[in-house]
Design a protein. Sequence first.
Length: 444
Amino acid sequence: MALAFDEYGRPFIIVKEQEQKTRIRGLEAQKANISAGKAIARILRTSLGPKGMDKMLQSPDGDITITNDGATMLEQMDVDNQIAKLMVELSRSQDYEIGDGTTGVGWGTSRAGRATIRTSLISDLVTYKFRAFGSNMHDHPVLKNCKPVQVCLAEISVKAVLSVADLERKDVNLDLIKPKTKHKVEIDTVEKFQNLRQQEQKYFDDMVQKCKDVGATLVICQWGFDDEANHLLMHRNLPAVRWVGGVELELIAIATGGRIVPRFQELTPEKLGRAGLVREKSFGTTKDKMLYIEQCANSKAVTIFIRGGNKMMIEETKRSIHDALCVARNLIRNNSIVYGGGSAEISCSVAVETASDKYPGVEQYAIRAFTDALDAIPMALAENSGLQPIETLSAVKSQQIKENDTHFGIDCNDVGTNDMRAQNVFETLIGKQQQIYLQHKLLR
Ligand code: ADP
């Protein structure tokens, strides 16, 4: 390696390439993989749980991201090691399938890497049914406490999910909740048009006439239209939104019950959408304007409007909302829950420990090592909350065994009880299962 300086005097390191790099094998390779896993774990560990800390990440081109979302952190880390890359993949997969629990996957996986057993041994995971569905579901206190978001974000998210949920089919299409993109209303531009070409004039005339004939009172266009058309529309008192993104146009069509027509000749009265009120709103001192389309025929498309002091806050809020939407959606898909605060991991750990006794050979060591991996989650939660990790874990573990009750976990917020049921701290069963499943996948 050699130290050099660029034209601005900034130091950089020149690494002499390939010939010095040798492929490592066997024990050395295993050690390298374990230490890569550990390095990732160290980074994620302090972000786990309600008292986890945010991380500030800087991209090579200087962009800053502030987050405590495991998937985002791993995504932005430029990792080189294969095991580390696998962990990034697993976290991404948890994000894709479940949308939450990504820090837990990354962290738990790195711990689980130390053991080599099949997680099918974990059969004693106690699950509970979450029965709170119905029209007043969003009032349910349990759902409001749903991790990982604050009550207000949770409420917004639950409302949004319920508005678009298909409760009969137990499914939620999150595509119906999408952030808006920018669009502009161009009805107040006053421009003089002279010397309009005859043909164009007729074309636009026909177009506007057609819109009016079918009874349209507002025109929304995806790819924008000419100034001339805009002028004519304005002239004929037909308000128009000149440019809307494809996704938004689809959502507007769904919400208003309208049909998107590729050519205005295809317009018919039945294809028109309906909304009670369309208004434009501007915010504070910013020049941003938003178009509100309200009282729609079909309310199965919603928009969550996020505002914030800076881009980083908005991005992190978006991520939190995404997690919250996923938790609410997962509960609609499958209402089984396990209790959180590490209580599920502790009960699994106890179960695995008991099971390990049945294996007389060296396997027992590997099985026991997996209990360490499970214990790592409650330990990290305790540590991040300022508690003594080992003492707290052993106290909660013995409490679970003594009282034969799997609700006990880590009282991260110092509420005064470590009964997670009493605290309403729970996680979806499918989320937890997927976490353990993905960790298991890495081991095979
Ligand atoms: P992930 O990205 O894995 O979801 P989080 O940072 O959201 O990571 O932390 C999730 C962990 O924090 C889970 O084990 C969950 O049970 C625990 N947790 C969340 N809220 C509480 C709470 N109020 N008390 C105790 N544990 C909590």
